[in-house]
Design a protein around this ligand. Structure first.
Ligand code: FES
Ligand SMILES: [Fe+2]
Length: 441
């Protein structure tokens, strides 16, 4: 194993190509535990891609703000007086302290607790205590505002930011093919997709990529990891729920895409448990998709789960499932902070909203059955990979290698794959490698 012989000098591009070889289906364990690789990810991955930082419904009024992270850099997402949205580095220009320490709120100003420099909603440095006595009035306030993240774009209410001036637009980054699927719950909603309550936050001692690659299309783990949930009847048999996977440019992937017609049929069955309101809702949702998008999108109806590269996953099965966003915020090579935001359709009947809320907390939340199943695997992998031998071994990512083009379904975009494949993982690491090395993989 050549990779085991590498020393700990700064990681070179050629080393990365040896560690990650999507063409052969190999990813070396060092990718999940090496501090140098992790540091490089913070600049090469997180400063070059679009990061979700919040939703417009969380900051409807002037002065509203939420805090978020791009990689490990904290940011404030604040609504200005004119309705503009500012994404500002949450770090005082004096000694670097975070100027805002709450998750969300409404503020006219952000005042640094250390020496009291005060910044406006747009980040401008407005106040400096003892300007005359301490700085002889010579401090140039205009050049000491909070640093702004230069690119901010919104897709259907979801706010993303990017440090890279030269990056492609958010819409091009997400890509028409993946948006074809994501638009279904966003356009089908009878009201707006609105966040239910605050963001739920918890930590796992695991590398962030283990979670991202899982949501990008690891349908293979479900039978084993979540087998008990299906055996006790928590959900119907898994093989009936999902038919296809799909991957897209820029490392994005989706698992659990149902065969057209299946999700609506499933929802009609579910609606019988809830009564006529729910049945009407399912049909109205589907009709909206048919009217505003396409017949084929209405046939797909529910989109399963996926990952927007690098670290934003979603989960959304049919009308009775909330739209759950999971951000895997990196906190070192072996720690991740999970931010889970649950959205529901404000136009859904109350019974559907209530069910969606409880379903989400029972499934993928900190105490949810799937969240715990997955979290334990991710944490234990990261623990095992601290070993001197385990931490340098090549791992097998070759499932379905050479069979990538065999699934084609009329009208479904993306590079489709079968239920069980690791094509989406290879697609994730192909883009990861491209960004990490700065050249085509
Ligand atoms: S660190 Fe913020 S005012 Fe000094
Ligand atoms: Fe899982």
């Amino acid at each position: 194993m050549a990779t085991a012989l590498m020393n700990h000098a700064e990681i070179e591009t050629d080393d990365l190509h040896r560690l990650v070889d999507p063409a052969r289906g190999i990813v070396n364990s060092r990718v999940f535990n090496d501090p140098e690789i992790y540091q490089r990810e913070l600049t090469q991955i997180f400063m070059k891609t679009w990061t979700y930082v919040g939703h417009v419904a969380q900051i409807p009024n002037a002065g509203d703000y939420v805090t978020a992270f791009i990689g490990e850099d904290g940011v404030i997402v604040s609504r200005g007086r004119g309705g503009d949205i500012n994404v500002l580095l949450n770090s005082c220009r004096h000694r670097g302290l975070a100027v805002c320490s709450s998750d969300r709120g409404n503020a006219r100003l952000f005042r640094c607790p250390y020496h009291g420099w005060t910044y406006g909603r747009d980040g401008a440095l407005l106040g400096v205590p003892k300007m005359q006595e301490a700085y002889h009035n010579e401090l140039d306030k205009a050049s000491h505002g909070l640093v702004r993240v230069p690119r901010v774009e919104i897709y259907r209410g979801f706010i993303f930011a990017n440090w890279d001036y030269g990056a492609v637009s958010l819409e091009d980054y997400l890509g028409r093919d993946m948006l074809w699927y994501l638009d279904i719950p966003m356009v089908g909603a009878l009201g707006n997709l609105v966040p239910i309550g605050p963001v739920m936050k918890f930590r796992m001692k695991a590398n962030w990529k283990l979670a991202s690659e899982n949501f990008a299309g690891d349908d293979y783990h479900v039978l084993s990891t979540h087998g008990s949930a299906f055996r006790i009847g928590f959900l119907p048999d898994y093989d009936q729920l999902a038919d296809y996977t799909a991957n897209f440019d820029h490392g994005h992937g989706m698992g659990d895409i149902p065969k057209p017609g299946r999700a609506i049929e499933n929802d009609r069955g579910m609606a019988q448990m809830f009564g006529p309101d729910a049945a009407t809702y399912v049909e109205a949702f589907n009709a909206r998709v048919r009217e505003h998008l396409s017949e084929r999108q209405a046939d797909v109806h529910g989109i399963g789960e996926g990952n927007i590269f690098p670290n934003l996953s979603w989960i959304k099965f049919g009308c009775f499932h909330a739209f759950g966003l999971l951000q895997w915020l990196p906190k070192g090579p072996d720690e991740v902070e999970v931010w889970q935001t649950t959205f529901f359709d404000s136009g859904a009947p109350q019974s559907v909203k209530d069910y969606a809320r409880s379903q989400m907390s029972q499934e993928n939340a900190a105490a949810g059955i799937f969240g715990q199943d997955d979290g334990e695997n991710f944490e234990r992998i990261s623990e095992v990979l601290r070993g001197a031998v385990c931490g340098k071994q090549d791992l097998h990512y070759a499932m379905g290698l050479g069979h990538e083009d065999e699934v084609k379904v009329e009208g479904l975009p993306g590079r489709l794959g079968p239920h069980y494949t690791e094509a989406n993982h290879r697609n994730f690491y192909r883009y990861w490698l491209q960004l990490m090395t700065g050249r085509e993989g």
